[in-house]
Design a protein around this ligand. Sequence first.
Ligand SMILES: [Fe+2]
Length: 381
Amino acid sequence: MRFEFELPTKIYFGAGILDEALKKEEKRIKGNVLLVSTKSMEEVGILERVKKSISELKYADNVYVFTDVTSNPKVEEVNKGIEYAVENKTDIVVGLGGGSAIDAAKAIAAGAGANEKIDKYFFEGKVPGENTLPIIAVPTTAGTGSELSKSGILSCTEKKIKTGVRGSMLYPKAAIVDPELTYTVPRNITMETGFDVLAHAIESYVSKASNYITQALSLQAVQMASESMRSLSENLSDINAREKICYASMIMGINLGNASTVLPHRMQYPIGALTDTGHGRGLMALYPAWIKNTYAFSAKKFDRICEIISGKECSCIDDALETFESFMKATCGTVYLEDFGLEYEDADKMAEMVTGNISLDPAGDKENILVSIYRDAFKNH
Ligand SMILES: [Fe+2]
């Protein structure tokens, strides 16, 4: 096996670590700071708390706030953020929130550093340059792992495109992962984002680009994410489980950049672009159908994953499907593509909308694999 492994981000992890970590990063957090977040962070008071902590840092002159970011962050929101960042001569960008806020922060840092709109990066695949502003990521959900990854996923509503701006300059300089910030996340979001963590673990494990390091991280994350989701579905106040899922989410950020996700993530993007539904829910709808179509191409790896999730021996496709059915019933619930307003006939259209590399999936080269999975993700077919 030959591989490269990249992890340029300084990690701060632990309940209550936020202020201590910001203090340790004070030399980096200098001049004009742009805090990119969402309205919901404002409503729960987290935004104000973090803004205050940053304002008190020795070298921070001004803290500007940009909260015009929605879920599935849009190209036009990012362009607005870039304009605001340039106007205020931003020196460093802090992304605070779920994946949407951190992804938008990364894209704003790239565009503002180069003093240009994000369009060329998003539509034409331009790679963010050396002039990208430094980024610090402070996640408030356990899900995307964006704090340790080199991509920012954006959407264009008009053209129905959802894809990533990617490049090594988008790695945050520091990731501050404080599980306390996730304590107030409601049950549905906890489960949806938790399922995203599990999906990162499973997909990066079966990915053809996985290596010895990422495979070990994947198995640890499958264990911790599935256990925590079960615990949190019974008791949302289980802070031990909150900590574990934050950790699993974070280390899967490492795998996103080093082993990649596979078909479900490529296939969720058209669903998100067409229906503006959350990332985790799209994955939940696709998973049983993906496993059904892909199991035979990587049976040993799927058996291993299912044994960790179920605690039972797994040796065939029926065991795998049963594992996911009962796990999802006990945690996030099951969902089908028609629940998002999609129709069976949309399968072909969605398959044509899939972008990016699909060959890393064990079944990526199988003929008509995309249409077949989309069709199977409808309950009535
Ligand atoms: Fe994801």
